[in-house]
Ligand binder design. Structure first.
Ligand code: GMT
Length: 380
């Protein structure tokens, strides 16, 4: 197949899923065309079978708000025609599904077909889509999509009940490549790599996000402060975003700044996640929690919140632990108890990897997307 993919190319779960999907599809021999305003951050530009088409956005002084959506729709239609795309797959409804709808209509005028699939990722529905100014057009574009997938049963439910969409929604969970996200096989090599952040007798905790308020990064720092008060530990924070400076300020206020390492945005998180003993993901909302899945595949279980689609990924006390939002004390106490119990920690580490492998490995999820594309193309 020749597939066009549009996503937010910056640091965020939907862009990661879209990019990893493109990489996996290309590895299976499909031709993938990314259409966006910049190259998705996990692409190197050297992958065989993957092409990137930048969307130029004109900056004419009259435009206080440059019309990216229109430029995107034009580029989608052009790329689809020039490269004979079979379908478009847009990630994050706003504004991508509206742009895809316009592109489909533009080509239909000329007797050409361009079905499109919309994948809902979370904040496109739970935050942005429920804003009154976006709701009607988001609902319309979802209903007009040739196929709709959501990354969790939770998100499907929210979309159906709060948006009242009529189009059936297929749940296709987030996935991870378990050959790329994997634990170290050599314990000595892991210890050597880990010494960059922690001494051999210290625990290492990790957080990975875009530091938006929904991630509650200050809870990460507070949980860690309690852990570090009881056991020797270090924390690495991967990513960047609006709440980073508040988190930095808090780590100084709590006088743990020497144990907290802000690494900023990192390309190869698969090299960092297996170094950690535990992940902290105390989010206010996660429609799925891709960061926790990536950590689990690396044998790093997560202490997370029981929100959104997270319980579809983590089974409490088996392959991770779940708490109520803001339960800083509960998360800290559980982390300390787990870290002190080597045997239980080891069992949980293995269970986390097993969950990732058995249920969310790209080898299991990719065929679902491909079958979905095929059913849409066959239904035309
Ligand atoms: O979490 C974010 O702020 C980024 C957001 C996105 O759309 O880029 O992530 C969402 O999509 C991810 C991939 O499908 C999910 O794993 C995240 O749980 C989801 N985030 C939220 O629902 C807050």
């Amino acid at each position: 197949m020749r597939i066009g993919i549009t996503c937010y190319p910056t640091y965020g779960g939907s862009g990661v899923v879209a990019t990893e999907l493109g990489i996996e599809l290309a590895a299976l021999g499909h031709e993938v065309h990314f259409i966006s305003y910049s190259q998705p951050f996990r692409l190197t530009g050297r992958e065989a079978g993957i092409f990137y088409h930048e969307v130029p956005v004109s900056n004419y002084p009259l435009f206080e708000f440059p019309p990216y959506d229109l430029a995107l729709a034009s580029r989608m239609a052009e790329v689809a025609e020039y490269y004979k795309l079979d379908l478009l797959h847009v990630h994050y409804a706003i504004p991508h599904s509206v742009a895809a709808l316009l592109a489909r209509q533009m080509l239909a005028e000329r007797g050409k077909r361009l079905p499109f699939v919309t994948t809902l990722h979370g904040t496109d529905i739970t935050l942005v889509g429920m804003d009154r100014s976006y709701l009607p057009i988001t609902r319309y574009a979802i209903d007009q999509s040739d196929g709709v997938t959501s990354i969790s049963a939770y998100l499907k439910g929210v979309t159906e009940t709060s948006f009242g969409v009529k189009r059936p929604i297929e749940v296709v969970h987030n996935f991870v490549n378990c050959d790329v996200y994997k634990p170290f096989t050599d314990a000595e090599a892991r210890m050597t790599a880990r010494r960059r952040f922690a001494a051999d007798d210290e625990f290492l905790l990790v957080h990975l996000s875009n530091f938006r308020p929904v991630k509650r990064v200050t809870d990460v720092v507070e949980v860690f402060a309690q852990i570090a008060d009881q056991v020797p530990a270090q924390l690495i924070l991967i990513g960047d975003g609006p709440d980073r400076s508040t988190a930095e300020w808090l780590s100084h206020t709590l006088e743990i700044q020497d144990r907290v390492h802000f690494l900023g945005k990192q390309d190869r998180v698969n090299e960092l996640l297996p170094l950690a003993d535990l992940m902290l993901m105390p989010s206010e909302m996660e429609s799925f929690g891709l960061a926790a899945l990536e950590a689990m595949a690396c044998q790093t279980p997560a202490i997370a919140t029981r929100v959104g689609g997270v319980p579809e990924l983590i089974t409490d006390d088996v392959d991770g632990m779940l708490f109520e939002i803001r339960d800083v004390d509960g998360m800290a106490a559980a982390a300390i108890a787990l870290l002190m119990d080597r045997e239980r920690h080891e069992v949980m580490r293995k269970a986390a990897r097993k969950t990732a492998q058995d249920r969310f490995c790209s080898t299991k999820i990719l065929p679902r997307y491909i079958e979905f594309y095929e059913s849409i193309l066959a239904g035309e």
